[in-house]
Design a binder for this molecule. Structure first.
Ligand SMILES: Nc1ncnc2c1ncn2[C@@H]1O[C@H](COP(=O)(O)OP(=O)(O)OP(=O)(O)O)[C@@H](O)[C@H]1O
Ligand SMILES: [Mg+2]
Length: 342
């Protein structure tokens, strides 16, 4: 595993994307849902950065915030999202729609819901090429076919004439990736790209994403709830819990030495092949209500370490991110004094 973040290249100093203290709230009749409430991370050029956490912790909302696609009653209330040094939060709708698909592409969990069912996939792919590049008709057709070939679709000429429902989930996801890649984006955001697919197809699609990164030096923000996918695919990881980032490290370090009790729980709950456990070592308890967030650390009510060490502060004051070791951050009072406040 290569940790590009610790490399000496000048690129490692200027992240492609930097999310700074992002807050995205939903103003509902029942109250304010603080879906994202203090998320910060950097994505360096050429890395695959994982964002991992349980369902509802705000992974997709983070992606939607970066893309400026948060719908009402949701709104980004504070924070910065710097892409190549420019704040996306301040961009106009027009500027953002130009960026999306050209410099930043996104693929979602359910490929068929993102494809238009009434158009042939070839036409949809050509449409994407058409928006961003001025090509002649034949060139467009040729490029679309070669794009389908690159993502491993057999017999691409024939597949151009398929409607989405005529394709398997894996093939449809390949088409989505081809569409996302069509304009050679700098950043690909993949939100659970393989969750809806069979296990073997999952592995193939993940391999494809990795080879696109390797061949085109594309940067990938890979959102998943699956620690196995994180281990297989990513260089660095950001762990989220209840709308905040709780730990950040290189993937190697995170698995070798997880600091946050939540991350420790996530890792302990990975099923080990061939090992029969009496019961999966899941983290007991549930994610807190995002409307009435209790004071203190969001994880405190479920935290074994809090109980074991009898830390009272955890229920009262929210911890900051501590840089416990170089480039290894954890939002946990256990590390107060053990590291610098980030
Ligand atoms: N339209 C909405 N109105 C109110 N709250 C919302 C709305 N959309 C999302 N949320 C809140 O935002 C939180 C984060 O949702 P998000 O979809 O980002 O979670 P996630 O981490 O992607 O989960 P999953 O793994 O299930 O995809 C949810 O817990 C939900 O309460
Ligand atoms: Mg999601």
């Amino acid at each position: 595993m290569v940790d590009k973040r610790n490399g000496n290249s000048p690129l490692s100093e200027q992240p492609l994307l930097e999310v700074r203290d992002l807050r995205t709230y939903f103003f509902t009749r029942r109250g304010t849902v603080k879906a994202i409430d203090g998320v910060s991370f950097r994505v360096n050029c050429g890395e695959i950065r994982g964002v991992v956490g349980e369902s509802g912790c705000g992974k997709s909302m983070t992606a939607m915030s970066i893309l400026q696609l948060v719908d009402k009653p949701g709104k980004i209330v504070s924070g910065e999202i710097l892409f190549k040094g420019e704040d996306l939060v301040k961009k106009s709708r027009r500027e953002m729609s130009r960026l999306r698909g050209k410099q930043i592409s996104v693929i979602f969990q359910e490929p068929r819901s993102s494809l238009n069912p009434v158009f042939k996939v070839g036409n949809q792919l050509r449409e994407v090429l058409h928006i961003h590049e001025e090509l002649k008709r034949e060139q467009e057709q040729k490029k679309a076919v070669s794009q389908l070939r690159e993502v491993g679709i057999p017999d691409p000429e024939r597949r151009m004439d398929n409607y989405p429902h005529e394709m398997s989930g894996g093939m449809a996801q390949r088409v989505m990736i081809a569409m996302g890649m069509a304009c050679a984006p700098d950043l690909l955001i993949a939100d659970e790209p393989t969750t809806a697919l069979d296990v073997t197809i999952q592995a193939q699609v993940l391999d494809l994403i990795r080879s696109l990164r390797d061949d085109h030096n594309m940067t990938v923000l890979l959102i998943t709830h699956d620690m196995g996918v994180v281990a297989e695919m990513t260089d660095n990881v950001t762990v989220m819990y209840a709308g905040t980032t709780v730990e950040e490290a290189s993937t190697e370090v995170l698995f070798a030495e997880p600091l946050h009790p939540y991350t420790q729980g996530l890792i302990a709950s990975i099923p080990v092949m061939g090992e029969v456990k009496e019961r999966l070592d899941v983290i007991p308890g549930t994610v807190p209500n995002l409307i009435d967030m209790p004071p203190g650390c969001r994880f405190a009510p479920r935290c074994r370490a809090r109980i074991e060490f009898g830390l009272e502060k955890c229920m009262v004051e929210e911890p900051p991110m501590f840089e416990v070791k170089p480039n290894h951050f954890a939002r946990c009072w256990l590390y107060e004094g053990g590291g610098d406040e980030a």
